[in-house]
Design a protein around this ligand. Sequence first.
Ligand SMILES: [Zn+2]
Length: 251
Amino acid sequence: MFLQTVWYIFLAVVFGPILVSSEGIDSYENYYNEIHVDDEQAEAKTRNALQSPLQRWPGNKIYYRVSGDYSDQEVTNVRAAMTSFGEQTCVQFEEIEGSPPAGKRYVFFKKSPNMCGTRVGYQPLSFGPHEVVLNERCLTMPAVIQHETLHLLGLFHEQSRPDRDEYVKIDYDNIPRKYWSQFMAMDQTTTFNVPYDYESVMHYAKNAFAKDPSKPTIRALINGEEVEREMGQVRGPSEGDWTKIRLMYKC
Ligand SMILES: [Zn+2]
């Protein structure tokens, strides 16, 4: 039962003007559906989940299908993102048109008018495809597609690492309470001993979810000092992001 619990990192794009100079992944993601847990026991177990082999895709080969309503350019962007995983890691994505081989789950890239998001990690007890929902804005950015793919492979956001309090200071006063959960540290997930990476494509920008975007919501901690610096980017996975996938999937 507990594995039916799903971690949704579900979001929708902010269509309004981007008030911040540094556009981070959080500019593409706006979390309407937050992490769902069915009950306390489920939470306790799920917090370990991404250290669990059960939440890794088996076989290091993942089938994917792209919805028929994607434009040629959008399909091209998805394929480019998928190809990058095959080049940088031992996880191979293979496109299918129809059904996957019997017994195999697959990733289904779907379109949405507003949402972009997916569940974190392999969902062994779910039925049907593992959906990645993307809107047209997210689909213009291969790095956003890579970001969602890192989620489905098992990564949370970088600033949710269990050791993040050594590297960042969150200013909750500048964050609406309804978004506080987006800054939760995942105590029982693993860092794979990869150094904290402000340049991770999984990291929020410094003023993510800010009430006052002229002030940071996340400051770096350098030698214990709070320092304002850029963080997060939407150019593509960092070396640390790739390394974590290589370690998670035993490349
Ligand atoms: Zn995300």
